[in-house]
Design a protein around this ligand. Structure first.
Ligand code: KG4
Ligand code: ZN
Length: 337
């Protein structure tokens, strides 16, 4: 089964053709980051307009690169939630128009389910159940993936997402948007023990995260140093922040794994590209006897191939939308369409 998938939830316009949920026939991603970088973050109005300009070219390129024409497409999958509403609407409306005119089924896909499904492409043998740490720019969850379309949130962030924690602290350090990737590179040359930041206490669920205390501590440390006329050692600061974020994530994730009894652990989302998170998880899993999976670097960030992968399993589960499909800025990963 060939699925044409479309993704436009944030600042990447993407289209892909995916066969049977696992084989990527084409994948095109048009990044807008060069426009948003001057504002230090995504400007929703600009993002929506740029998706509008790019979407038909991106879909055409994905179709051409796949080597099959529209007659060979069995369904159209699209990210319908969550994300920036003005961005999502562009992809959803384009997909609706195409599904209607070409007479194809329309499959709405949850963006975070897509991030998880990136792993099915990188690991053709991976099957649920497993425990997944989903860490992106907008969301951070520990998700129990009981089946391809059966998910339970075990833990979540109480404030910022992990990617946001990286981006906001990176901005304070004067690094360009998106800060996570720049901080990761800079951190490789720094001392992770140069600065110590408070370990957050989150009451209620032992698997929930919090990053606001870390963010405030980093901002205060940098401002104090600047006020005293001291130069902030950026690589040391980056390495210390990265270590703190990764410690928070891995502690909660491992606790959830122990308590739920899952032995298959999976990373997903933009932050799963983080080199320390991957190294640390590799060490922990080798010691603890866990199986570890994470997507190829090219599939960690936003792309449409992952939407095509999840779209396949949503379709098999009977998920289909009609022309009343609407985009939503918020939606739980647990809800089936
Ligand atoms: O999943 P994603 O591409 O978009 C959303 O769905 O939000 O995630 C983007 C986030 C950004 O916050 C970015 O800074 C972060 O992923 N990111 C990283 C790295 N690469 C991307 N964070 C830490 N280390 C990285 N290597
Ligand atoms: Zn994403």
């Amino acid at each position: 089964m060939n699925i044409l998938a479309i993704e436009s939830s944030c600042d990447d316009t993407a289209a892909a053709v995916v066969r049977d949920g696992r084989e990527v026939l084409s994948s095109v991603v048009a990044s807008q980051v060069f426009r948003h970088v001057e504002f230090g973050g995504v400007v929703p109005e600009i993002a929506g307009r740029m998706h509008c300009e790019a979407i038909s070219r991106v879909v055409r390129e994905a179709m051409e690169q796949s080597g099959i024409d529209l007659r060979g497409i069995d369904a159209i999958a699209v990210t319908a939630y969550p994300g920036l509403i003005g961005s999502l609407l562009v992809g959803v409306n384009f997909a609706k128009g195409l599904a209607l005119t070409a007479g194809k089924p329309l499959i709405p896909v949850h963006h975070l389910r897509g991030h998880i499904a990136a792993n099915y492409i990188s690991h053709p043998d991976l099957q649920p159940p497993f425990l997944c740490l989903v860490v992106s720019g907008g969301h951070s969850h520990i998700v129990e993936v009981r089946g391809y379309t059966d998910m339970r949130i075990i833990g979540r962030t109480r404030d910022d997402a992990a990617g946001e924690a990286f981006d906001k602290t990176a901005r304070t350090m004067g690094l360009p948007y998106p800060g996570g990737v720049h901080m990761d590179k800079l951190a490789e040359d720094g001392d992770p023990n140069a600065f110590t930041f408070p370990v957050p206490k989150v009451s209620g669920s032992p698997y929930d995260f919090s990053f606001s205390g870390l963010k405030t501590a980093v901002i205060n440390t940098i401002h104090n140093m600047q006020q005293k006329g001291l130069e902030v050692p950026r690589a040391d600061m980056a390495a210390s922040v990265r270590q703190s974020v990764v410690n928070i994530l891995t502690d909660r994730f491992l606790l959830a794994a122990r308590d739920t009894g899952h032995t298959k652990l999976v990373l997903a989302g933009g932050v799963s590209a983080n080199s320390l998170l991957r190294r640390r998880m590799n060490e922990i899993c080798a010691e603890g006897g866990y199986e570890l999976y994470y997507p190829a670097l090219s599939l960690c960030g936003d792309n449409a191939a992952m939407i095509g992968a999840q779209g396949y399993y949503e379709f098999l589960n009977g998920t289909a939308a009609d022309m009343s499909l609407n985009a939503r800025a918020e939606r739980s990963i647990e809800i089936n369409a």
